[in-house]
Design a binder for this molecule. Structure first.
Ligand code: PEP
Ligand code: MN
Length: 378
């Protein structure tokens, strides 16, 4: 059960103290407080953990300072959608809104190699009005002998160049807690020219200790990739680990699942799960068509399989597209076979726009029906 307090009921107020004194007398119920400090107001939620089925909702609603009460089901307590749950399905970062109703493209390098390639990439993004990118510095690789990413050595020039070309958010995978400290240090040393969205890769979706550490920091939002060999529910629970530790700025990433049924693609596309994740949780949903498809192959009409996959995710309501580009795909040190070239960026962006407009038309067509439905229900 969650008690959502009136905005600005601070921990020092008499109302709050009175409320907490009452709640602490509830038998076998543990309390967990989550405070979200926004620019205009501070929102406080109190989680009642334990067997709350015997606690009447109405009694809780009457307590001092309580605005609303939500009875949560067992699954995905923080990030899930529950009955009469009107908590937001978006968050703000670096002046951008990430929500279940927005769409951002994060085109960029799978792995940072040279400074020149980073500059070519971010300059091209700026020229096409883009403010987000992906840049891998820490690469989890199947073979220990493969290039593992430049790590902290490249962070300063990546952040400087991103800032120079107006990039506001870089999605960057971390595989160890020390990487978060290195990112913080490099951002500090360069004067915070850009922002970072920490990415948890598919190989670490159930690295629970890493999830807890990433969840405890609230500076950076997190993109959690679905685990490639586990159920959707297991991956959603992994996202809940982040939120249960305090960080709710979580985006859930679909990137295909591992099975040879997807061949000749690298993974089997799971973008039909976009609406499922949006129905079960309040997280924005990202699609990664590059790691799902893994190839630059084209359909018989000439459209890249990666663009078809992108379209499939967006028509289903995806909120973020993570996609690999490279100024010279044949020189890429990681995942060159799936990288699109820079002259393909405008094509992809145009495709994204066409399909997003189609999605919006699908929504608009539904609106009169939804209005009729709610009028009948009332
Ligand atoms: C990546 O995005 O660079 C990556 C390694 O993705 P995944 O974890 O989905 O394989
Ligand atoms: Mn990759």
């Amino acid at each position: 059960m969650i008690l959502i307090l009136n905005p600005n009921v601070g921990p020092d107020s008499a109302t709050y103290q009175q409320l907490m004194a009452h709640l602490s007398r509830l038998q076998d119920i543990k309390l967990r407080v989550h405070r979200e400090v926004g620019t205009e107001q501070t929102l406080t939620e109190i989680y009642l953990i334990g067997n709350t089925s015997a606690i009447p909702l109405e009694d809780m609603k009457r307590l001092p300072g309580v605005e609303r009460v939500v009875r949560v089901s067992e699954e995905y307590r923080v990030l899930g959608r529950h009955k009469d749950d009107h908590r937001p399905s978006h968050f703000d970062y670096q002046g951008l809104r990430f929500g279940q109703d927005t769409l951002h493209v994060f085109a960029g390098l799978c792995a940072v190699d040279t400074r020149e390639h980073v500059e070519q990439m971010v300059r091209t993004l700026r020229d096409h009005g883009q403010v987000c990118t992906r840049m891998g510095a820490y690469k989890p690789r199947t073979s220990p002998y493969s290039f593992q990413g430049h790590g902290k050595e490249c962070l300063a020039f990546v952040f400087d160049l991103a800032g120079k070309y107006g990039i506001k958010v870089i999605a960057m995978e971390v595989t160890h807690e020390s990487h978060i400290d290195e990112i913080c240090e490099a951002l500090h040393a360069t004067g915070h020219p850009t922002g970072v969205m920490l990415q948890i890769g598919t190989r670490n979706t159930q690295n629970f200790e890493l999830l807890k550490i990433v969840g405890r920091q609230k500076e950076f939002p997190v993109l959690l990739k679905r685990g490639f060999g586990i159920t959707l529910s297991e991956s959603l629970n992994a996202a809940e680990y982040l939120a249960s530790e305090g960080n709710r700025k979580v985006i859930f990433g679909l990137r295909g699942v591992k099975t040879n049924m997807g061949e000749p693609h690298r993974n089997f596309l799971d973008f039909a799960h976009v609406p499922v994740v949006k129905r079960l949780t309040r997280m924005p949903v990202c699609i990664d068509p590059s790691h799902a498809i893994g190839l630059r192959t084209r359909g018989s009409e000439g459209i890249l399989d990666i663009m078809h996959a992108t379209a499939q995710g967006i028509i289903a309501g995806a909120n973020m597209v993570l996609v690999d580009f490279h100024p010279a795909p044949d020189q890429a040190l990681v995942d060159g076979p799936q990288a699109l070239s820079l002259d393909e960026l405008p094509l992809l962006l145009e495709d994204v726009q066409i399909v997003r407009e189609a999605y919006e038309k699908r929504l608009a067509r539904l609106e009169p029906q939804l209005a009729r439905g709610s009028a009948q229900a009332s």
